[in-house]
Design a protein around this ligand. Structure first.
Ligand code: GLC
Length: 506
């Protein structure tokens, strides 16, 4: 089905669904595709343009589904292909597009190729080199006959050999398989990983784990030039389908300039801008990142993306230190030019769950490195009853989350759910939001003030004292209550429809 406008992704709000944790229709404690389908009205009411489904493919779930055993089928825990088709049809009927995750860097060790011993499709060597797994420990595991295979992640996730033509052909075919089923795009997992430096050279001397180098320096297994050939093969495939099929890269690279290389009319449409997610809650840090991101967007002639939370990082309520700050950061994000990616549950203001018992944690990174991403993957609370609408969920839901449930927030005008709804609805209606330009207004160091054309001003106060809004106009939305004299309290952001001049006094 065509939903119009091929450029829809440029200023879209995309909602990430982590299927295991989103909604459980069959009551087995694991979310499923029917569960997602049952919440489409909720998502339509929230006002998102698209959903991105994290992997729901056949998988032993050694890494939550990022270990795929069959790229063309649905894991029985999540449903069937028929459920998937019904979900896409119904989502499209409600004006919601559907993006799926594509995991090309590695398969599961249960994939038929690995099981059949087709070693040329993977990376086997007689001796390992010094590469380390992102999840901790060596990136090599030895098999019975003494050979070693490479896994940049868990041992259950052998890296594919992208020098092999069959691997390339297979993924072109997988793309077509899902495009034929009507998906609107792909989120490309570890998009910077598929090509390794020739000869697999050692990383060499270093202090501390290699994972700490990522983002600062280049390592021989990430961000190699050859990866761009793959995207140049894929783009014509995406473009050959009608309706604006897109791809967004998950690429952890050492600079915005390197990230920009993934984007363009002959490669991918977008890449996640993780710098915004990593920024401190301070006007200065946000401004630095926003300026860098916009400069990069200009460089590639495509709008950037904004992310505050996802399934790999602690939720931003916890990261930024409070719900008030999270709400304020959200209003900033949703007013910036480009597209925004939301993570399921952030619209409820969910915090990271920090006290999961170790024996319940399932993240492979926890076992290997002691750091766990399970705390942001706790199932989404739906009802205000004990259990929050889940029976025996795969991770326990804190009992106090009944108060954060969608049901509890539904009719509360001050709830985070209703803040997101109001922001997304205004974003759709207001001509200044979405794409377009941004200009900086003068403001004290702790205050960030930007104007979106025409006349929508966003002011974020990250300081310790209330500040006057600095512009005359109507407050359209505020992340928290304003003071009686209209000044903006600490940790608060406002959207103002400007009617006068703009200066913010220190
Ligand atoms: C990506 C995913 C993460 C996964 C890893 C390996 O970073 O977002 O969840 O563990 O790739 O596939």
């Amino acid at each position: 089905m065509l939903l119009g406008n091929d450029d829809w992704w440029r200023d879209a709000v995309v909602y990430q669904v982590y299927p295991r944790s989103f909604a459980d229709a069959n009551g087995d404690g694991t979310g499923d595709l029917q569960g997602v389908r049952g919440r489409l009205d909720y998502l339509a009411r929230l006002g998102v343009d698209a959903i991105w489904l994290s992997p729901f493919y056949t998988s032993p779930l050694a890494d939550g589904g990022y270990d795929v055993a069959d790229y063309r089928d649905v894991d029985p825990r999540f449903g069937t292909l028929a459920d998937f088709d019904a979900l896409v049809a119904e989502a499209h009927g409600k004006g919601i597009r559907v993006i799926v995750d594509l995991v090309p860097n590695h398969s599961s060790d249960q994939h038929p190729w690995f099981q059949a011993g087709l070693r040329d499709r993977y990376i086997f060597r007689d001796q390992p080199n010094d590469w380390e797994s992102i999840f901790g420990g060596p990136a090599w595991t030895q098999v019975e006959d003494g050979q070693w295979y490479l896994h940049l992640f868990a041992p259950e996730q052998p890296d594919l050999n992208w020098d092999h033509p069959e691997v390339r052909a297979e993924f072109r075919d997988i793309l077509r398989f899902w495009l034929e089923r009507g998906v609107d795009g792909f989120r490309v997992d570890v998009a910077h990983g598929m090509i390794k430096a020739a000869g697999l050279p050692d990383v060499g001397a270093k202090d501390g784990p290699q994972a700490e180098m990522l983002g600062d320096e280049q390592v021989p297994y990430f961000d190699q030039d050859g990866v761009h050939d793959i995207y140049r093969e894929w783009r014509p495939i995406l473009d050959s389908y009608p309706g604006g099929r897109m791809a967004v890269a998950e690429a952890w690279v050492s600079s915005p300039e390197r990230l920009a290389r993934y984007i363009g009319p002959d490669e991918l449409h977008q890449a996640f801008n993780f710098e915004f997610m990593m920024a401190d809650f301070h006007a200065k840090s946000f401004r630095t990142v926003i300026e860098k991101s916009l400069a990069e967007a200009e460089l590639v002639g495509a709008p950037t993306t904004w992310v505050l939370s996802n399934h790999d990082k602690p939720r931003h309520v916890t990261r930024h230190g409070s719900l008030a700050r999270a709400r304020a950061a959200t209003l900033l994000m949703l007013a910036l030019p480009g597209s925004a990616y939301l993570y399921n549950g952030e619209e409820l203001g969910l915090p990271e769950v920090l006290d999961l018992p170790d024996e319940l944690r399932q993240d492979p990174a926890f076992l290997r490195r002691g750091e766990s991403r399970d705390g942001c993957r706790v199932p989404v609370p739906w009802t205000a009853e004990p259990g929050c609408g889940w029976r025996d969920p795969w991770l326990p839901i804190p009992p106090e989350w009944t108060e954060l449930s969608a049901e509890a927030q539904e009719d509360d005008p001050g709830s985070t759910l209703n803040l997101y709804r109001a922001a997304l609805s205004l974003r759709r209606r207001h001509p200044a939001l979405g794409g377009g330009t941004l200009s900086w207004l003068d403001s004290p160091e702790d205050v960030l003030a930007v104007e979106r054309d025409p006349g929508l001003v966003v002011v974020l106060n990250t300081g310790e004292r209330p500040v006057p809004p600095g512009v005359a106009g109507e407050v359209l939305l505020s992340s928290g209550p304003l003071a009686a004299d209209g000044s903006i309290p600490p940790d608060t952001a406002v959207w103002i429809q400007r009617s006068g001049s703009a200066t913010i006094d220190s």
